[in-house]
Design a protein around this ligand. Sequence first.
Ligand SMILES: [Fe+2]
Ligand SMILES: [Fe+2]
Length: 230
Amino acid sequence: MTLSITHRDPAALGGDGSILMRQRRDHARLDTMMNRWLAGGPADELDALWRDIVQLVFSHAFAEETVLWPVLRRVAPDGGELTGRVEEEHQAINELVARVEKSPDDPRRAEWIREAFTLIRQDIRDEEDELLPLLRDAFDDRRLRRIGAAWETVRATAPTRPHPGVPRRPPGNAVRGVPLSLLDRLRDVAPVGGLTVRRVAFTAFAAAGAAGAAVAVFRAVRAPRRPGGR
Ligand SMILES: [Fe+2]
Ligand SMILES: [Fe+2]
């Protein structure tokens, strides 16, 4: 039986640097930000908060699709079905947020955002209760930390906006998503100026490294699953 990672001791999840703790911290941050948005406030503050949520959600999910789910499909017998389910959730979130972004003045905007929050919360539950425990079962602490470091590297240079037309699985998501991350991050740091150009140039350099990081994680976890789990 899988044991949810939500309330487990950090030491039982491989420590602070493990993929499980990194995921849990991001999920908790998202939860706090969504609750703050739902509590209401001045429109400009809610807009800034929404932008922060969008950036975190899509960079986090892209790194999952690129790094984590391929690994899970390899080590878990039902990994294909489980990751297919969360990829569908990611796709639905992409489509909904893209709709919000394209129609900033639509009266249904707040309703769509609340709907996106419901989907994000469902995605978090599925990951913490079903998918991520399987990584705990399959890998020792050291490997969980190596996967965590690779996931973090990819996340740091991943797209930060919805792209419903991009495939949710490698290699298509990496081939089409990494170049889009440059455009996303350019828009995130607009207006363009001397400093901005340097930051974008740095991002381009870092994004090139993200694809390498994805390869690195496959190497990090290449060893077959050990008999009897951990
Ligand atoms: Fe996640
Ligand atoms: Fe996710």
